[in-house]
Design a protein around this ligand. Structure first.
Ligand SMILES: Nc1ncnc2c1ncn2[C@@H]1O[C@H](COP(=O)(O)OP(=O)(O)OP(=O)(O)O)[C@@H](O)[C@H]1O
Ligand SMILES: O=P(O)(O)OC[C@H]1O[C@](O)(CO)[C@@H](O)[C@@H]1O
Length: 426
């Protein structure tokens, strides 16, 4: 259970400088339509908390800490690609520059690498023409990277750039890095707000019910499963085998299974399985219906594969390739029992995460970016924008760091998978 102390949001100081309403009336934004000013008024939500855990609700504050006209913002995108990164960049730009009037928004290139001036390329200023069309593209116009950088070096650089609003967009690794940066800023007594936006197609960030990009990736995955189903049905004893991303959590595999409705076996990292049980179960399905569709998350069945243990640059564990392993195991097994199966293997891999955001994710991105801008200008720091009880909330980074979200086999989503596939367990 989280305590009040856990949930306390760090603030750079008392908020009294400017009210957004006053600022919008007086500010130099001739292109802000009048109705946006009204929207601010309606949107204003104060420091209300959202139960049951007690997160503070995200959104505009009555008073700002920073004078937007004197601010400099920087955005960085880190880790793997995710649909919606460009939407976040674009919406942050429009909110900060277009609505609040922050004069300069810098794009940091290639993740935290771009905050090390010895190694990275120089940041560039975002402009209307730079961001105008980017939400139609997958990826991130800023580039990304994995691998650690020294928080002291990054803070030195942010300070030298004159940045006081900093937005790290990334997964749990990025948010851990953001927390170290925020702590270093606090140690030095600097006035730089650090407000993260959680990103991952894997949807495994704690206190964020749905991360942006997840549903776009699921949609793409569903298309591949449907193709695998067509292949499997078109040949005697056909097996469509689809490997999907999901290093530690099976949310993509589970949701794509349910969306497709054509999967017979779903295998996820959170539910260990044995070949002794799985292969005969596939056999029973083939005897009955002559085809089977299997979805496996890349982190599933790792205990079955002999592979080199190791870590990537960011410290994420390296996985053995479960797809070809399963393909071989299924092929060998049915050859051995004298009833060969035709296994068609699909590995959509990066394909599902390099697409542009779908409508649902575009909406989420707009909300996350808007809330991040409000929080930073209000002087809130060392937090990310989460989604809790269907509301955007402020999640202190010290609370989220080290916490992970996993599918719980006893919960609804997994029950829905079992009901959809008809598989007995796993
Ligand atoms: N514990 C940590 N402390 C400081 N920085 C970290 C930490 N873990 C990861 N990072 C840094 O954060 C950045 C992104 O981390 P990582 O590559 O793990 O991606 P991620 O943000 O977790 O996203 P994804 O979901 O794509 O894996 C990298 O530059 C990495 O070095
Ligand atoms: O090959 P990369 O870029 O390290 O990314 C792979 C990983 O990224 C993720 O999609 C998370 O973003 C994992 O599911 C996957 O293992």
């Amino acid at each position: 259970m989280l305590t009040q102390e856990d949930l306390r949001i760090t603030s750079l100081g008392p908020r009294k400088l400017l009210s957004p309403l006053r600022h919008l009336r007086e500010g130099p934004r001739s292109f802000v339509p009048d109705d946006r000013r009204v929207m601010y008024h309606i949107e204003y939500c104060g420091d209300e908390i959202v139960n049951p855990l007690g997160f503070e609700k995200a959104g505009p504050r009555e008073q700002l800490y920073f004078d937007p006209a004197e601010c400099r913002a920087a955005i960085v995108t880190c880790g793997g690609l995710c649909p919606g990164l460009n939407n976040i960049i674009r919406n942050l730009y429009y909110k900060l520059h277009g609505d609040y009037g922050v004069p300069t928004i810098l794009g940091i290139r290639n993740g935290y690498l771009g905050l090390n001036p010895e190694l990275g390329r120089e940041p560039f200023p975002l402009t209307d023409s730079v961001v105008e069309q980017i939400h139609h593209q997958g990826g991130t116009i800023l580039g990304t990277s994995r691998g650690p950088q020294d928080a002291r070096v990054m803070v030195d650089y942010l300070e030298s750039l004159g940045v006081n609003l900093f937005f790290p967009i990334g997964g749990d690794g990025t948010q851990k890095g953001a927390h170290l940066i925020a702590q270093e800023i606090e140690r030095r007594g600097l006035k730089i707000a650090v407000v993260g936006v959680p990103k991952t197609i894997d949807n495994d960030i704690k206190f964020c019910y749905r991360s942006f990009g997840y549903l776009s990736a699921v949609s793409e995955a569903e298309t591949v499963i449907d193709r695998a189903h067509v292949e499997a049905k078109s040949t005697p004893r056909g097996v469509g085998l689809v490997k999907l991303m999901g290093r530690e959590a099976g949310f993509i595999a589970a949701a794509a299974t349910i969306a497709s409705g054509e999967v017979n076996f779903t295998l996820i990292p959170e539910a260990p399985f044995s070949l002794d049980e799985l292969l005969p179960a596939i056999g029973r399905r083939l005897d009955k219906r002559d085809h089977a569709v299997i979805v496996v998350a890349e982190g599933a069945g790792q205990d079955l594969i002999d592979h080199e243990q190791g870590r990537d640059k960011s410290g994420n564990r390296k996985l053995g390739d479960i797809g070809p392993f399963l393909k071989q195991a299924i092929t060998d097994h049915f050859n051995e029992v004298g009833k060969p199966a035709a296994v068609k293997y699909f590995d959509p891999s990066y394909y599902i995460r390099s697409v542009q955001a779908n409508a649902a994710d575009s909406l989420l991105c707009e909300m996350f970016a808007r809330c991040a801008a409000h929080a930073a200008l209000a002087g809130k720091t060392d937090l990310f924008i989460g989604l809790w009880n269907n509301r955007p909330v402020h999640v202190p980074l010290r609370v989220s760091v080290g916490q992970v979200k996993r599918m719980e086999p006893a919960r609804d989503l997994w029950s829905a998978v079992l009901a959809t596939t008809g598989q007995e367990k796993w």
